[in-house]
Ligand binder design. Structure first.
Ligand SMILES: C[S@@+](CC[C@H](N)C(=O)[O-])C[C@H]1O[C@@H](n2cnc3c(N)ncnc32)[C@H](O)[C@@H]1O
Length: 326
């Protein structure tokens, strides 16, 4: 397939998927306070046909055949936790996985796949940090510093970011980003486990974590929250943003189709090895939403709020450490 035809197919697939997601999201937005509803297990969901969706020059493009109906039962099955395969929750497996994600340009790929939404959510999370010049921030599971654009200008050159990540390649790229893009800012990149850093106790004003907690093994959540509690000054705030499964079943189905059918299909045509990227779907299925993590923060004495973003395809968790312990 030549590059021009490949480009047309990719663009058409992206537009097609957006045509499905956007109306479903608009419908989902009309529901107020959606209850936690299990996905229905029967009945086909009618999707628009390709001809109805595509207009203009794309209408005459040669498109691959995409099924126009999808059983809700099939889609619900895609959300079931997977048990087979390697233990995807060991630190070694995850370090290897995130190293591989760097190779396929994690930031660019996730930006394209999310159609810019991941970036938008990063901005929203950074806004909730209520940053001021001179503040000290811990960016846990920082990757290669994908959120620094929205943090560093606000804390200025007198502020400090401690960026913690345990993937060697992410850490290398974070150092390059610091040196090339933010050489005048104080950034301390640490290749460490976010659940047990060497940073001093009560040394940071706020903690940020973007798209990292879904891969953390369940049994390590108490340790992560305890570490956040240890690092924060009294009255400090943590803001964690993560992809989630929407509680609204229509939107959950749309997300399912997009993540588990459209994206893997499109990636088949791209040069490069994207299986590491597709693994994120497995973690998302297990993580589901912020509820359990929020409960852990509450159990450890934090005041907690969870805000769904874009109908619940992501959420931001805000946790405030009490100004003084009783
Ligand atoms: C999906 S990436 C997110 C990167 C970045 N924060 C962003 O906003 O895109 C998740 C990152 O968390 C890191 N990570 C996962 N578990 C970790 C842990 N226990 N300690 C340190 N880093 C961890 C991974 O290495 C990876 O770089």
């Amino acid at each position: 397939m030549n590059a021009f035809r490949l480009g047309r197919v990719l663009l058409a697939a992206l537009l097609l998927s957006w045509q499905i997601v956007a109306p479903l999201n608009a419908a989902a937005a009309k529901f107020t306070d959606p209850a936690i509803t299990p996905i229905a297990t029967e009945g086909p969901l009618k999707l628009p046909t390709q001809n109805a969706v595509l207009q203009g020059p794309l209408a005459s493009a040669t498109l691959p055949t995409i099924p126009t109906t999808l059983s809700i039962a099939d889609a619900a099955q895609l959300q079931a936790p997977l048990t087979a395969g390697p233990d995807i929750y060991t630190a070694d497996f995850q370090k290897g996985l995130f190293d591989k994600l760097v190779d396929i340009s994690y930031e660019r790929t996730s930006g394209i796949v999310s159609m810019g939404l991941l970036k938008r959510f990063r901005v929203q999370a950074a806004d909730l940090l209520d940053l001021k010049p001179g503040m000290t921030v811990a960016d846990l599971m920082a990757g290669s510093g994908e959120s620094w654009d929205y943090i560093l200008p606000k804390i200025g050159r007198t502020g400090t970011v401690h960026a913690v990540d345990f993937s060697d390649k992410m850490v290398d790229h974070a150092q390059v980003r610091h040196q090339t893009k933010f050489p005048d800012y104080q950034v301390n990149v640490l290749n460490q486990d976010a659940t047990k850093t060497t940073l001093p106790s009560a040394s940071v004003d706020v903690i940020h974590s973007g798209y990292g907690v879904k891969t953390l093994p369940k049994e390590l959540r108490p340790a992560l929250v305890a570490e956040i509690s240890r690092l924060l000054k009294p009255g400090g705030r943590a803001v964690l943003v993560e992809a989630t499964l929407p509680k609204n079943k229509l939107l959950a189905l749309a997300q399912n189709i997009y993540m588990n059918k459209v994206i893997p299909f499109v990636m088949k045509f791209l040069p490069g090895e994207y299986s590491a990227f597709l693994m994120i779907n497995r973690y998302l299925r297990d993580f589901k939403n912020m509820d359990e993590l929020a409960a852990e923060f509450k159990a450890q004495g934090f005041r907690v709020g969870v805000t769904p973003l874009f109908g619940g395809i992501a959420a931001v968790l805000t946790a405030e450490k009490p100004a003084s312990r009783p």
